[in-house]
Design a protein around this ligand. Structure first.
Ligand code: LLP
Length: 417
């Protein structure tokens, strides 16, 4: 099996097992697809990669190369962007509880846009921004009361979300905008909303646009920019049917246009923040099959990783599909439960993988692990972090070295008393 024309077994020979492998070409194509689909609209558009999905210097440099912007949500993500040489004016800084240090850091780096999440943040930021020598664009995160979940969306009052200010709280929002506008170095430009992740129903996005625009029309404040967040889906198994990129973009643009006409709004800039849809399908995890065993109801395959490199099945009952390298075209004949090596019964990668006969030392390639895999990995059981390899057109490059045992204890001190 090849990934961007590189043999998986050659990758394992070179870099070891297990591994995260990305098809760089697929990431580039996805970023381009979003950019090109939005470009054809009459709005100024910004595709902002949500770096929480997969964040490292090389990925950020790829975002820069593709002329996209970056969503960062912590000091660590800001620092990585800065270290990667990213144009900080193109960073959108998010978070419901940004610390004073993180806000200071954002201003020091001259981050272009800060998405303010609540009143206390607006107050602190307007103090901190008094003496800076540039203007920060401010978007306010609002909570439109639409909460979208995998496979379905539900409209709820959602008043208790930790993110943003409810659009029901008009006076609170006006007060916040006043605080922002009172600071000469902050420019209130518009609103941000994000309704969930792995959303397959385009109606959820239409509802989001409608709700936000209706709210803007009642506010009596000039708004130029709307950011509708991310949440566009990826294919993990053949049950998943994400909305194609061009339809996502057309749906958003059309919905905004309808609302502009309906309410005579002055919106001229539209942003989206895709994370998963950019990197999920481009990434795979390559494991080596170790021991196997049969129980009364299960055939187990044990792999040399597990919940420490992919927490999503344990955390969200997320489903994945896999193939055995070299047996992609063989008939499936056996149901396997693919489990990792962590000390926990819930350490399962795939509950029911229907595969050709497997044997120890086979390479098992789990697909669509490119989003929220590496970025949510842990050191549980003192597992070493996996290397990350980018492949493109027959070449491979290690963008994150795998950890060794020394790395695991490098921050530790011996007991002194
Ligand atoms: N913008 C904001 C403000 C967000 O909170 C998120 C994701 C995104 C953009 C990107 O959403 P995406 O396009 O990736 O769906 N750990 C979970 C996903 C959490 C998403 C959190 N916010 C998972 O593994 O499924």
């Amino acid at each position: 099996m090849k990934i961007s024309n590189v043999e998986v077994k050659d990758l394992v020979n070179t870099y070891g097992s297990p591994l995260y492998v990305y098809n760089q070409r697929m990431i580039e194509d996805k970023l381009n697809a979003f950019k090109n689909c939005l470009k054809s609209s009459e709005f100024e558009c910004d595709v902002i990669y949500a770096s929480k999905a997969f964040n490292c210097k090389a990925m950020i440099q790829l975002v820069s190369k593709m002329d996209c912007s970056l969503d960062a949500v912590s000091g660590g993500e800001l620092y990585t962007a800065y270290a990667a040489g990213f144009d900080m004016a193109r960073v959108y800084f998010h978070g419901n509880n940004k610390s004073m240090d993180e806000l200071k850091m954002a201003l020091k780096y001259k981050v272009g846009t800060i998405i303010v999440d609540n009143l206390m943040e607006a107050q602190l930021l307007s103090e901190l921004a008094k003496n800076i020598d540039y203007t920060v664009s401010i978007l306010l995160r609002v909570n439109p009361g639409i909460e979208a979940h995998t496979h379905e969306y539900i409209v709820t009052a959602n008043i208790d979300s930790k993110f943003g200010i409810s659009i029901e709280k008009k006076s609170g929002i006006l007060e916040l905008i006043q605080i922002i506008n009172a600071c000469p170095n902050l420019s209130f430009d518009g609103f941000h909303a994000h309704i969930g992740s792995q959303i397959f129903d385009k109606e959820a996005f239409v509802q989001e646009v409608n709700k936000v625009c209706e709210f803007v029309s009642n506010l009596g404040v000039d708004v130029s920019t709307l950011n509708f967040g991310g949440g566009f889906g990826a294919v993990y198994t053949d049950e998943d049917t994400p909305i194609p990129v061009d339809i996502v973009c057309d749906t958003l643009i059309e919905a905004v246009k309808c609302n502009i006409e309906k309410y005579a709004l002055n919106i001229n800039k539209i942003c989206i923040e895709p994370g998963r849809s950019i990197v999920a399908e481009a990434g795979s995890t390559v494991y080596t099959v170790g021991f196997m065993k049969e129980t009364p109801h299960k055939n187990y395959i044990f792999v040399d990783g597990g919940m420490s490199d992919n927490i999503r099945p344990a955390l969200y009952q997320a489903k994945y599909s896999c193939v055995i390298d070299g047996k992609e075209n063989e008939m499936a004949s056996k149901h396997y439960k693919v489990a990792g090596k962590c000390c926990e019964s819930g350490d399962v990668i795939i509950e029911d993988a229907y595969l050709p006969e497997a044997k120890p030392n086979d390479l098992l390639v789990v697909k669509t692990t490119g989003a929220y895999g590496y970025s949510m990995a842990s050191h549980y059981n003192k597992a070493c972090g996996l290397p990350v390899i980018f492949c493109k057109d027959g070449n491979s490059q290690c963008v994150i070295r795998g950890e060794n045992y020394e790395d695991l204890i490098r921050l530790e001190n011996d007991l002194c008393a």
